[in-house]
Design a protein around this ligand. Structure first.
Ligand SMILES: Cc1cc2nc3c(=O)[nH]c(=O)nc-3n(C[C@H](O)[C@H](O)[C@H](O)COP(=O)(O)OP(=O)(O)OC[C@H]3O[C@@H](n4cnc5c(N)ncnc54)[C@H](O)[C@@H]3O)c2cc1C
Length: 327
């Protein structure tokens, strides 16, 4: 398994873009309209941007994150909600922790009753420390209520949360130079990840699972892979010109059938886990979890091979295979 800092992945993607791609930054989508026209020459999707410009396209890939404006255009009212989870996260040079006794080579998840700590080496000599905390999302006076994504956090607070923990964990939070606040949101599974044969939702836009299983990066990449496979299947390279309605509608249907069952299964599990965490946190003052319960809970978390080893290419082949046999 590979872990890396988001900025390094973005640089890699940027460096891989073909020259013909016209990348425009700071363009915020505010509206989306699929044209309904009887003329093939006048079909497509119109995307409106905040500064008043518009773009017309054959296909809109909405990969605009958990607060997706593209999703909102097709599923108005679908708003992810704060689970009460807060991650205090940072990424820094591994040299800051290199001398710590017991520094793990691989990632370690330290589990506690009402908080967890995740630490891991990342690619390119980076190291990450994430303190994962649970609060009551319905408490109007609650700490971190209304917290903004990536807001500056208080590293002394992070250290205080883990001051009685295992010596290696403690040394790691002591060496952590800063922290930033990341609230965890969760939304309902979508009934469709594609719309009107012209729009697909990818990544957090298409599945609002928040930080569950720290899987969002790989899920988003697999979404993109599935869409690329589907388009290559229905609109093979070499077909000059523009894709027609059939190419796009079939590709989007294959994409949706490849990805939606998988990501929605994750959301169902994440929702149940979020509720369990909230209940435990609310009960911590009255009926606190014993160490014995904690061990049982962690060992009962179940096998996540279905997620970590999910093979999107096999899934896609199964989807198009079932299409052929049912025709
Ligand atoms: C607490 C927490 C911890 C997590 N930890 C991990 C982890 O360890 N590993 C992991 O893989 N995942 C983790 N995740 C999940 C991960 O952050 C996301 O799943 C992943 O970033 C999704 O990628 P994305 O490209 O779909 O969306 P994003 O990374 O959110 O990117 C969306 C992009 O769309 C742009 N955008 C937004 N609105 C508009 C608009 N209206 N118009 C145009 N552009 C717009 C944004 O500027 C941004 O560039 C975590 C999530 C949380 C909440």
């Amino acid at each position: 398994m590979a872990r890396f800092h988001r900025a390094h992945l973005q640089r890699l993607l940027l460096d891989s873009l073909p020259d013909r791609v016209d990348l425009q930054l700071r363009k915020r989508i505010v509206s989306v309209r699929v044209k309904s026209s009887s003329s093939a020459a006048d079909e497509g999707v119109v995307i409106g941007f905040q500064e008043g410009t518009t773009v017309e396209a054959d296909l809109l890939v909405g990969a605009d994150g958990i607060h997706s404006a593209v999703r909102w255009a097709f599923v108005p009212g679908h708003a992810p909600r704060w689970t009460g989870g807060i991650a205090l996260r940072s990424t820094f040079d591994v040299s800051l922790v290199e001398g710590i006794s017991g520094l793990p080579d691989d990632a370690v998840f330290y589990a506690g009753h009402d908080r967890n700590l995740f630490v891991s080496r990342l690619g390119r000599n980076q190291f990450t420390v994430a303190g994962l905390l649970q609060f009551d999302p319905d408490d109007p006076q609650g700490l971190f209520r209304g917290a903004k994504w990536n807001a500056e956090g208080d590293v002394t607070q992070l250290r205080a949360y883990f001051k009685d923990w295992h010596p290696t964990a403690r040394a790691l939070v002591e060496a952590t130079p800063y922290t930033r606040v990341h609230p965890n949101l969760l939304g309902a599974p979508l009934e469709m990840m594609v719309f009107d044969g012209r729009v697909a939702l990818l990544g957090d836009a298409g599945h609002t699972h928040g930080g569950a299983f720290a899987a969002g990066g790989s899920l988003a990449i697999n979404d993109a892979h599935a869409l690329a496979l589907a388009l290559a299947h229905t609109w093979p390279t070499g077909d000059g010109g523009r894709p027609n309605n059939r190419h796009l509608a079939e590709a989007l249907a294959f994409f949706d059938r490849t990805r939606r069952p998988h990501v929605n299964k994750l959301i169902e599990i994440a929702s149940k886990q979020a509720l369990d965490r909230q209940r435990r946190s609310q009960a911590s003052g009255t009926q606190a979890e014993s160490d014995c319960w904690l061990r049982e809970r962690v060992s009962g978390l179940g096998d996540v091979a279905w997620l970590a080893e999910h093979d999107v290419e096999s899934e896609f082949k199964a989807v198009i295979g079932s299409e052929v046999t049912t025709m």
